[in-house]
Structure formats: structure tokens, C-alpha cells
Design a protein around this ligand. Structure first.
Ligand SMILES: [Zn+2]
Ligand SMILES: [Zn+2]
Length: 218
């Protein structure tokens, strides 16, 4: 006879603990970080407004919405008719004024990266760990007949996740944490709490308190 709790109870307990953990800490302010949001190609203005609001609310950073730039031809991957995320990051870094500490690109086009044995794996977004740039695509967020509410909820999580990578947050194994590896899966994304676990919060806060105050970073 096992003394383990039934699985449903364990799940409920895990959720309760996660809620307590996620609510117990608050992030340091990133008010000194200057962040540019750059639309790549045509992007719904409501999506852009939501991304700016998400970033501001989550990290308390200074966000500026820049004019749209066309999709860089150097990032186009013809065999799959989509864009390579790393090349988009290179382009964002090269074309964004050095006065911005971070730049977030947003596109409605499909984007991809290499993942394990897969050379070209479609993703919601990509962010450089402790780097300057990240990019988000809405292309895969509207799947399964997602409502606008669901799409904007997914957008917020991906924007905050990819930006988290630029603050030095790697993927986290805590189920439901914002920094969980989404693996390009809408199901994982929808199950994500949208909040950082305590350890990710501590890490992000350390970055926001210290690194964000270093002068002349690129
Ligand atoms: Zn990630
Ligand atoms: Zn975490």
C-alpha cells in the first residue's frame, strides 16, 4: 500500500505551493534600463501596445516603441519560408541605437532556431542569455482558434520570458515558472503561470540591482 498522495492531490498541492512561492517575492525595479521595442514588418498596433505594457508592468523598465523596420532579408530561410531568429537578433543589435540597453523585436512572421537534432525548429521567441536582444513572433500564438484574450496572454508570457533571458535567466525546471522551456508548445505556454519562481526572481532582481546600473553597456 503506497502512502503517496493521489496524483490529483499532488497537482493541487504543487499549484498551491507555486502560488505561494510566486507571490512571496517581488522583483527589484529595472527603472534605469532603457528598452527599445522594434516592430519587424507589419505588426498589429494592439500587439505592440500590449508588449510595451507587459514589459513595463513586469520589469518596471523604460520602454520606447521604435518605428517599424522591414524584415531583414539576411534572416530569411527559404526552405521553410520563415526567418532565422538568431539572424533577427544580429540585425536588431546592429540597427538599434547604443543608448538602449535592450531591444525586443516583434514580428508576425514565423521564426525558427536550431534545437538539438532539429536544424530548423519553429519558436515563439528567442532571447540572448545576458545579451542585449530578444525577438518574439505572434505567428504561432493564434493556433487552435485562440481568442484575442488567449493570444494576448500568450504574448505577455513570451515577451516576459524572452526578456528574462536577456537579464541572465536561463530555462528553469520549476513547473509553471515563466522561465520554463516552452518548447514551442502552446499547451506548455498556456499552463505557464506567467510569473517568475522565487529563484528566478532573486536572479533577475540581482541583475536589475547591479548590472542595470553599470555605465555604457551595449
Ligand atoms: Zn527560453
Ligand atoms: Zn524559475
Amino acid at each position: 500500500m503506497s502512502d503517496l498522495l493521489p496524483e490529483a492531490n499532488l497537482r493541487r498541492l504543487a499549484r498551491t505551493l507555486a502560488a505561494i512561492t510566486f507571490a512571496a517575492f517581488s522583483l527589484a525595479s529595472g527603472a534605469e534600463l532603457r528598452v527599445a521595442v522594434r516592430p519587424l514588418g507589419q505588426v498589429d498596433p494592439a500587439v505592440l501596445r500590449a508588449a510595451v505594457q507587459d514589459l513595463t508592468a513586469m520589469y518596471d523598465v523604460q520602454v520606447r516603441l521604435l518605428p517599424s523596420e522591414p524584415m531583414p532579408p539576411s534572416a530569411y530561410y527559404r526552405p521553410r519560408n520563415r526567418y532565422r531568429a538568431e539572424k533577427l537578433l544580429d540585425s536588431l543589435e546592429a540597427t538599434t541605437d547604443g543608448g538602449y540597453d535592450k531591444v525586443l523585436g516583434i514580428t508576425a512572421q514565423d521564426i525558427s532556431t536550431s534545437r538539438g537534432q532539429w536544424h530548423d525548429w519553429g519558436v515563439f521567441g528567442l532571447g540572448r542569455l545576458s545579451g542585449r536582444s530578444c525577438v518574439v513572433s505572434t505567428c504561432r500564438m493564434g493556433g487552435g482558434g485562440a481568442s484575442r484574450t488567449v493570444l494576448l496572454s500568450r504574448l505577455a508570457k513570451v515577451v516576459d520570458h524572452e526578456f528574462g533571458h536577456t537579464l541572465g535567466l536561463p530555462h528553469c525546471t520549476q513547473r509553471g515558472c515563466l522561465m520554463e522551456d516552452m518548447r514551442g508548445s502552446a499547451a506548455v505556454l498556456d499552463a505557464c503561470s506567467g510569473l517568475l519562481c522565487a529563484s528566478c526572481q532573486a536572479r533577475a532582481s540581482a541583475f536589475l540591482r547591479h548590472d542595470a546600473h553599470a555605465p555604457a553597456r551595449r
